[in-house]
Design a binder for this molecule. Structure first.
Ligand SMILES: [Zn+2]
Length: 365
């Protein structure tokens, strides 16, 4: 048995967006880009897969696909009206749902396949087929609300997978640089799903992801937001994991740890202002693997979310998958030295650490 399942499907790379230049609609004074489209494009993901093949790491993973999520799977989270509307637009010429989340003809089937990869990866970890697993899901899911698409997310992939899995207690650690508002809102009243989001404060969505949102009703205390100011880098992320995420996971005792794995906290991402490198993602993966080993027999599953640097995402993803599989094949980080040289100075690092300490106090940690 290979240790790590890698769930991927070329059709997910065929999901197409609309006519945007980054997140600005083309028109008026916004000229179309030569390459066209949104920053959420296939290249970041396809280049990760390519790098895995070129280095040979793909040979050490169990690369497989999964069936699309069924309508019944999706209905655990999304109302019939939303799914009907999505399917009707998809069967026609494509269109847009919610905010800034366009899709082309057949977009419904591709989104269902993306959710299916996440379901497949989670199932493989829960049934012991793999020690850990990674779903290269596209379109992403962590922003999607039950009845409102936003932030390039059309279906709530991770929430759908949780609701179709036998896991009783699930922890979701969202290190995508944007707030995991969809996952948070879906499980806000639940005490059996712990949701933790590390993100750049007020990046996306605006006015979302504050420290005071800790859950409601019996879910109170089961949502943790870690909003970090722009410029937070390697040490800040690792400290937030050590000071906040790991102790909270230890208290919660999950059956499985799911990571909403965005690589947009990269030091060169066009949609954020953070300073993480491939090494940051490697070490956060190591921290969570150790926690999973202690808490839930190593069960760790990652679902791909954002990450918009075509150059850097492949190196970040490769480092994560090398760590998960225990492989000796190292791709390094072509931009690592440049990002390492831009880290905050000691005075700024103290500011970031204080912010994390203050959040910890609020949670009694
Ligand atoms: Zn993101």
């Amino acid at each position: 048995m290979r240790k790590t399942g890698f769930f991927v499907d070329e059709k997910c790379f065929w999901h197409s967006g609309g006519n945007y230049a980054l997140t600005a609609p083309v028109g008026g004074l916004v000229q179309p880009l030569a390459a066209g489209g949104l920053p959420e494009n296939p290249e970041t993901k396809r280049r990760l897969k390519n790098l895995l093949q070129v280095t040979g790491l793909a040979e050490e993973l169990d690369c497989l696909t999964a069936p699309p999520a069924t309508r019944e799977d999706l209905a655990h989270i999304h109302p019939a009206s939303y799914l009907d509307n999505f399917k009707a637009l998809s069967d026609d010429m494509g269109g847009e749902l919610g905010l800034r989340t366009p899709f082309g003809p057949g977009g419904y089937e591709i989104a269902a396949l993306s959710a299916g990869l996440v379901i497949g990866a989670l199932n493989s970890v829960m049934n012991g087929q793999h020690k850990n697993a990674y779903a290269l899901s596209r379109p992403p899911g962590h922003h999607c609300l039950p009845d409102w698409a936003n932030g390039f997310c059309l279906l709530a992939n991770i929430a759908i997978a949780i609701e179709t899995s036998p896991a009783k207690r699930v922890a979701v650690v969202d290190w995508d640089v944007h707030h995991g508002n969809g996952t948070e809102s879906i499980f806000l009243e639940r005490d059996d799903v712990l949701t933790i989001s590390l993100h750049q404060e007020n990046n996306y969505p605006l006015n979302s992801g504050g420290v005071k949102t800790i859950g409601t009703g019996k879910g109170k205390g089961f949502n943790m937001n870690i909003p970090l100011p722009p410029g937070a880098g390697h040490d800040t992320y690792l400290y937030a994991m050590e000071r906040l995420v790991l102790p909270r996971l230890t208290d919660f005792k999950p059956d499985v740890i799911i990571v909403a794995c965005g690589f947009d906290a990269s030091g060169v991402d066009p949609l954020s202002r953070m300073l993480c490198s491939a090494e940051t993602f490697r070490l956060m993966t190591r921290q969570l693997m150790q926690a999973a080993e202690t808490l839930c027999n190593g069960r760790l599953m990652m679902a791909h979310e954002g990450g918009y640097s075509e150059v850097h995402v492949p190196f970040c993803g490769h480092a994560v998958l090398q760590e998960m599989s225990g492989s000796s094949i190292d791709a390094g980080d072509a931009l690592g030295a440049r990002i390492a040289g831009q880290q905050p100075n000691a005075a700024m690092q103290a500011v970031y650490s204080n912010i994390i300490d203050d959040i910890a106090k609020g949670f009694g940690l």
